[in-house]
Write a protein that binds this ligand. Structure first.
Ligand code: ADP
Length: 905
């Protein structure tokens, strides 16, 4: 969406619009940048620019209606009864939509005069972050609305899922913001207008590329008002119970609540008290790493192909949402991680109980979303029945889980599934709803017919009147047949005539003639039938209609009462919904572990990283789906004697380097998220951050060259990785010329080794880097095993110790189908180059024993500025060097000599 408000329709106050147009324009002004759905009878109409935009986005006809300032007014409309599908398309296309309803009966308006306009008002603004309808939401994904408040460099993020009631907040800053936002992936971000957050302009600019940003004016961010709002929303006198808040936190939470209030127009969703998402409690994963590891979304943007996709065995939508959020924010506290693993273990050890619980959960509804719709006045009978059903499923699951006496983690889970607060208030509500509602009630309350017989005596009585009327009709039919002697006479009913007498055309004349014409009044002649009414029938019709209205009113009353009762149980419902989701996730994780051979990892406070026979969950699925080969499992050790190690992974393209790198990062993410892992054994020291980068990924859309992106991202890692971090760098330095790239990769490894001192995996096609292991004690060379057979390469996908023997590029090119002439010529050139390299200085002569890594890069840069003569002197000196013959001491001396030659010594 255009974040700056698009121009409102041109309004010229000097002209005198019709009263309706004046009303429209006034309401449109309130709607701001949202399209205005203006209710007229059975349609929502759009006018002016709104109509043009909507007609384009929806591919519907643009018409015109009347004139404004002498010009035609563009108009389009969508039918009220099917507006949700249009709404969904507009929201997807990035629009917001303000829904304006008639707020009085048109008959009332008429009383004010024939020209009076029906009162209308905006009842809701539909925005991407405030959706609640199942038709507009993805079941297995949270739909977060986030708000950012800033105070200098410090920011606070608050976020809520209006459809489930979850509410969180955390502190952020300009550097962390992009990562925090990527972790949340909100559908919408409410943020301060540009002029009030100048320092954040760049950060917010990037956010706009990732999500829909709605600008809010400064008053939204008043911390004092925020505190008041929090107290009002949760009915407390002081917010101390929810934690310690700085003003910036209060402005974030306050602006979020204010924006919800604004869009829901006074209706409040059942939000839960705010929970602080502590920065330390979760593994930090920045936006680039999320994209590179494809944690909950693959590079295509969807779930398919992501880690989430590969490990999701949940059977409910809330379970899927919980699993996605756990994968997005893996834990860092070993005890909390172990608690999740304990639960999975318990389900692994009890396969039949697990299956029983999973079968039970398959029918469990989305209680949180149902409750949210009900409290926002958008719920229906089906939502009420979802609450009853969910509570019942939870109670049944609790019974199953406490079968062995309720001990251990499963027993504890059972207790949360069946909360006994207030004497089992939820169970009482569920029983009541169960009694109140018919089986499979309709989605909407408006047509009635959902309250079960026997629940409300008043309703049953009104309904029995209707039943009586039916019997009465049958009696009348018999009576009229007898009186007229017409066997073909029937009493029927439709929406236009109500109840009527019908005869075949041939028999109708008898009814229009004396004596029957005194009783039967002609209403309609059709080709196949003639229809009459009678005084008795008209009376009966009236009674039927009144009984229907009365019954409907009674049902709607009951619906409102039941909804209120449900809202009164919001805390228990939320807790039960959470417990159901947790049960689903744990049982699903156990099911995955049991069926896909995943094991419980040991996660502790050490710096260990020891994986035996690890696998890449996504590639493994893809490989087994192809049915051709088996995924080859590989070990990975990134620690020795308690100290972190770096692995340098070499091998030809397509040998499996990237797969190996990522699988180890993914195993760490899955383990800390509380899942078992695809390996034979895993011992991991908690990683505080995981970084993953692929060299030279294309981000030209953001206006940076690919190489610039690569360097910015590498810089972020080198500046932020701690000894607790896990760093995965794939082909860094690829985006520039060979020497540049090699030097940068070289220096980056030295920095990771000497400064960051983290656990890391570094894949490269620069063979020269393998020599680094001679000088860096905690660097290990490993390579992807490859076999050459009859001039062809065979990838074994096996990681072995030691560097790759050579690069196999030409062999891979053959595999890719390059013409044989090109392959042969490339082979010849390679031989020549390799011979050259052996004969004189080449890439191997790079400064193995250079001083500080940072100076390395600087020296390289300067080379380009030298004059041609300097360069030729240098070249001659270089040509004299035989690197293989130099001792370390000689090499250093040579370096000094070269520096002198360059005029810099
Ligand atoms: P590289 O990074 O070395 O170019 P990739 O990691 O992209 O190689 O792997 C290329 C392909 O090889 C993968 O798409 C996958 O099909 C296959 N592959 C990689 N690792 C394995 C493995 N361990 N077992 C089986 N197949 C693998």
């Amino acid at each position: 969406m255009d974040a700056a408000s698009p121009p409102a329709p041109h309004i010229d106050r000097r002209s005198a619009p019709t009263p309706m147009m004046a009303q429209y324009l006034a309401i449109k002004e309130q709607a701001g940048d949202a399209l205005l759905f203006y209710r007229m009878g059975d349609f929502y109409e759009l006018f002016f620019d709104d109509a043009v935009k909507a007609a384009g986005a929806l591919d519907i006809t643009l018409t015109k209606r009347g004139k404004h300032l002498g010009d035609d007014i563009p108009m389009c409309g969508v039918p009220w009864h099917s507006h949700e599908s249009y709404l969904a398309r507009l929201i997807k296309a990035g629009f917001k939509v303000a829904i304006c309803e008639q707020t009085e009966d048109p008959k009332e308006a008429k009383k004010r005069g024939s020209n009076a306009v029906v009162n209308r008002a905006i009842v809701r603004v539909v925005t991407p972050g405030t959706l609640t309808e199942d038709t507009l939401l993805e079941p297995g994904r949270n739909n977060f609305l986030a708000a950012l408040a800033v105070e200098g460099d410090v920011g606070a993020l608050a976020w809520a899922d209006v459809s489930t009631g979850e509410l969180y907040w955390r502190r952020t800053d300009r550097t962390a913001f992009a990562g925090d936002l990527a972790a949340l992936a909100p559908a919408e971000l409410a943020a301060p207008e540009a002029e009030t957050a100048v320092a954040w302009r760049e950060a917010l600019g990037e956010a706009r590329a990732a999500t829909c940003v709605s600008d809010l004016a400064a008053p939204f961010f008043s911390a004092r008002r925020g505190e008041e709002r929090l107290c009002e929303t949760f009915g407390v006198a002081s917010i101390d119970a929810f934690g310690t808040f700085e003003p910036v936190d209060l402005s974030a939470l306050g602006s979020l609540l204010a924006y919800i209030e604004l869009t829901q127009v006074g209706r409040a969703p059942a939000l839960r008290p705010p929970r602080q998402a502590s920065a330390d409690a979760a593994m930090t994963i920045d936006a680039a790493t999320r994209a590179s590891l494809e944690i909950v979304r693959s590079s295509g943007g969807g779930k398919s192909g992501s880690l989430f996709w590969a490990v999701d065995r949940t059977v409910t939508a809330p379970g899927a949402r919980l699993l996605a959020s756990r994968l997005s924010a893996p834990l860092t506290d070993p005890a909390a991680i172990a608690a999740r693993h304990d639960l999975v273990s318990a389900f692994v050890d009890a396969p039949s109980l697990r299956e029983a619980v999973r079968t039970l959960l398959k029918g469990a509804p989305d209680m949180a979303r149902a409750l949210s719709r009900l409290t926002l006045g958008r719920g229906g009978p089906r939502d009420l029945s979802a609450l009853a059903q969910g509570a019942q499923n939870a109670a049944e699951a609790a019974i199953a889980l406490s079968a062995d006496g309720g001990a251990g983690p499963l027993g504890a889970l059972a207790a949360t599934l069946n909360p006994q607060t207030d004497g089992g208030r939820l169970a009482v509500l569920a029983a009541r709803l169960d009694k109140a509602l018919k089986v499979d009630p309709p989605l909407l309350a408006r047509d009635g017919g959902f309250i079960a017989k026997g629940f409300d005596p008043g309703l049953d009585e009104v309904r029995s009147l209707r039943g009586e009327a039916d019997r009465h009709v049958a009696n009348l039919e018999a009576k009229y047949r007898e009186a007229t002697g017409l066997k073909g006479l029937k009493i029927k009913k439709n929406n236009v005539l109500g109840v009527f007498v019908e005869t075949p055309p041939g028999q109708a004349d008898a009814l229009s003639a004396p004596p029957h014409d005194a009783t039967f009044i002609h209403r309609q002649t059709l080709a196949s039938a003639v229809r009459f009414t009678t005084g008795e029938l008209a009376d009966l019709d009236g009674r039927i209609a009144r009984a229907r209205d009365e019954a409907l009113a009674r049902e709607l009353d009951l619906f409102a009462t039941l909804t209120e009762e449900a809202a009164g149980c919001a805390d228990e419902i939320a807790a039960t919904a959470d417990a159901l989701a947790q049960t689903d996730v744990a049982a699903a994780a156990a099911h995955l572990a049991a069926t896909e051979d995943h094991v419980r990892p040991t996660v502790d406070d050490s710096l260990a990283f020891d994986i035996e026979a690890g696998r890449h969950p996504v590639v493994e699925r893809a490989v087994s789906a192809q049915g051709a080969a088996r995924f080859v499992a590989n070990d990975c050790r990134l620690s020795e004697d308690g100290a972190p190690l770096l692995q340098l992974v070499t091998g030809p393209n397509m040998a499996g380097k990237s797969t190996y790198l990522r699988q180890n990062a993914l195993i760490a993410v899955a383990a800390q998220a509380g899942l078992f892992v695809p390996a034979a054994r895993a011992h991991l020291g908690v990683a505080d951050r995981v970084f993953s980068r692929v060299g030279a990924s294309d981000e030209l859309a953001k206006g940076r060259s690919t190489f610039m992106v690569e360097m910015v991202e590498t810089a972020a890692i080198l500046n932020q990785a701690t000894p607790r971090s896990l760093v995965v760098l794939d082909e860094i330095g690829r985006g520039t010329s060979t020497f540049d790239g090699l030097s940068i990769a070289w220096a980056a490894i030295e920095h990771l080794h000497g400064e960051n001192r983290c656990r890391g995996l570094f894949a490269t096609h620069y063979h020269e880097l393998t020599a680094l292991s001679e000088t860096l004690p905690r660097l290990r060379n490993v390579s992807m095993r490859v076999r050459e057979w009859k001039g062809k390469v065979v990838f074994l996908h096996e990681v072995g110790s030691g560097p790759a023997d050579r690069s196999y590029g030409v062999a891979v090119a053959r595999l890719a189908g390059l013409p044989s002439g090109v392959i042969k010529r490339a082979g010849d050139i390679l031989k020549m180059l390799e011979a050259d390299r052996r004969a004189g200085p080449g890439v191997d002569a790079l400064p193995l024993f250079a001083a500080a890594p940072s100076e390395n890069a600087a020296a390289q840069q300067e080379t380009t500025d030298r004059s041609a003569s300097d360069l030729s002197a240098l070249a001659a000196a270089l040509a004299d060097i035989d690197p293989d013959a130099l001792s370390p001491r000689d090499a250093l001396d040579t370096l000094y000599r070269l520096k002198q030659l360059s005029g810099d010594g």
